[in-house]
Design a binder for this molecule. Structure first.
Ligand SMILES: Cc1cc2nc3c(=O)[nH]c(=O)nc-3n(C[C@H](O)[C@H](O)[C@H](O)COP(=O)(O)OP(=O)(O)OC[C@H]3O[C@@H](n4cnc5c(N)ncnc54)[C@H](O)[C@@H]3O)c2cc1C
Length: 505
């Protein structure tokens, strides 16, 4: 009896506290004349404002603020602190686990759309972009005005800040590195309202933390990237399709041939390769940024190692045409791909523990070849990483370790019919998540038997991992402990901990 009474009064106290927090937050933001969107305002845009691209994870934020100045960002942080509400920055909203809108219920979301300034320094080739810019407009601005490029993800409306802090593997990353590897500096608003710069020479600990765990440390107001100008005006696109009678054995051997080719000293890093995990069409595609005249001789060693009857098709076009081919709608002025409801299981293979016959066979056999669902469709990709930019990295250079990364393995189940505008409700069952997970299990078990340490990719976050798993996979060895140390200094009250994979003090 006493226990029930205590529980009821505890529940009531919690409810009153959260109503009070909500009121404090709303009145503080409104008193400071910051544009907002709240569920209670019954605004027609609330569902759009509070939804990410991922339909499977639908947290309900406390509210969304649209700061337009640094002062408004600082004031928003103060309002959230006073109301005891966590904060998430929203850039492109393409997080696989909806972290841009908090990941969990109750965050104050800072929609950074107004922070979209862009400038290019001709002397250094450095490109400075606001923390709310999208990849497509940024790449287009840089190309149209200066004929320059930075390596970026293959999604036109993905956030540039959001993807840079998680990696940013694109078609030029084998020779230029990821977006993250090209960061020169970041300007960030911290929990206490100060605005600092972080780079390899100032606030170096914070700079390390930003590279893999940035959202746990503050709000990125702007970032500066190195850029590159194409050596050759034209790019070669290629597609390889193995014969239709390709068996598991032949397909696995073909993947090993691709890996050997990718690792060979003689293969230029200008060769980008994305190999299919989704079969029975076995093969892959890519772009070659070297001299188009040399393409035939460069690809020949790979063709020689693939089964007789393998088909190669190629086309050549100028750099910008191929940029738009690789990233659909790169030069468009709005999102060109519909949101969807999906679950991705992804890991990174390093050069120390690459594909072997056994682990690759387990991967294909229990994911794509075994796929048998009617509610979700399968999608699987193997992106070759490595290259000279990656070879320079140490494990402790970036919080989400990238040194020695060789492949991103991505296995995904997409809910059928969920390809819709943002904010539409969808039902992705736990059973479907478990199914996608279980398909990868034999591969993971084989890797463990081979002594591989599983590594994760921060841009492909997996909501199903335990704290022990995500902390060790994303931030291996000493990196996680270092992140916690930095957290204690920079955000001791965990203001920037809205989601399950925020760095705890
Ligand atoms: C269609 C599509 C294509 C993709 N292609 C690729 C690809 O080719 N290569 C690749 O590596 N990844 C790719 N991704 C993954 C993508 O890079 C990540 O999901 C990335 O986190 C999305 O960033 P965002 O800003 O769009 O998302 P958001 O949900 O807005 O943000 C992601 C995370 O970054 C934080 N964040 C955003 N802005 C700021 C800021 N200003 N300050 C502090 N923290 C911030 C958010 O709080 C959140 O934790 C793709 C995703 C999609 C949906």
């Amino acid at each position: 009896m006493y226990r029930s009474f205590a529980l009821i009064s505890l529940g009531l106290t919690g409810l009153l506290q959260s109503v009070h927090a909500q009121e404090t937050l709303e009145s503080c933001l409104q008193n400071n004349k910051i544009q907002t969107s709240f569920a209670a305002q019954n605004s027609s845009t609330w569902f759009q404002d509070s939804a990410g691209w991922q339909g499977r994870v639908r947290p309900v934020p406390s509210g969304v603020a649209f700061p337009t100045t640094v002062e408004e960002v600082r004031m928003s942080l103060k309002c959230a602190t006073d109301a005891n509400v966590k904060v998430a920055a929203l850039n492109g909203g393409h997080s696989f686990v909806s972290y841009g809108v908090g990941g969990n219920d109750g965050a104050l979301v800072l929609n950074m759309t107004a922070f979209n300034s862009m400038s290019y320094d001709k002397a250094t080739g450095y490109f400075t972009v606001g923390g709310g810019a999208h990849v497509g407009p940024a790449a287009t601005f840089l190309w149209n005005n200066y004929g320059a490029h930075f390596p970026h993800v293959r999604g036109n409306w993905v956030g540039l800040a959001g993807s840079a802090i998680g990696g940013g593997l694109g078609t030029t990353s084998r020779f230029l590195g990821t977006t993250m590897n090209n960061l020169v500096s970041v300007t960030m608003a911290l929990a206490n309202g100060t605005v600092v710069e972080a780079s390899e020479s100032v606030n170096t600990d914070l700079f390390f933390a930003i590279q893999g765990a940035g959202s746990s440390y503050g709000i990125i107001l702007s970032l500066t990237l190195k850029t590159w100008k194409p050596t050759y005006p034209d790019v070669t696109k290629w597609t390889i399709v193995l014969p239709t009678n390709t068996t598991l054995d032949i397909g696995v051997k073909a993947l090993l041939a691709v890996q050997e080719y990718g690792l060979a000293e003689s293969t230029p890093d200008e060769m980008y390769i994305r190999w299919r995990l989704t079969v029975p069409v076995w093969g892959g595609s890519g772009y070659f940024y070297g001299d188009p005249i040399a393409f035939s001789s460069v690809i020949q060693p790979l063709m020689d190692a693939l089964p007789v009857g393998t088909n190669l098709t190629t086309s050549v076009a100028d750099f910008w045409t191929m940029e738009n081919d690789a990233t659909g709608g790169l030069n468009a002025t709005s999102e060109t791909s519909n949101s969807r409801s999906f679950y991705v299981k992804s890991i990174v293979l390093t050069k120390d523990h690459p594909f072997t016959y056994e682990n690759a066979a387990a991967l294909y056999n229990f994911t794509s070849l075994a796929f048998n669902r009617s509610d979700i469709s399968q999608s699987g990709l193997l992106d070759l990483w490595g290259g000279r930019a990656n070879a320079k990295l140490q494990e402790c250079d970036t919080a989400n370790a990238q040194n020695g990364n060789l492949w991103i393995v991505r296995w995904e189940g997409d809910l059928k019919g969920s390809d819709t505008a943002r904010g539409q409700p969808t039902l992705y069952t736990q059973n479907a998540i478990d199914y996608v997970k279980s398909g990868m299990q034999p591969f993971l078990a084989q890797l463990a038997a081979e002594g591989a340490q599983i590594r994760g990719y921060a841009n492909y976050r997996d909501s199903e991992l335990t704290p022990q798993q995500w902390s060790s996979q994303l931030y291996p060895n000493g990196n996680f402990a270092r992140l916690q140390q930095i957290k204690r200094v920079v955000d001791p009250s965990e203001l920037f901990n809205p989601n399950a994979q925020s760095i705890p003090v």
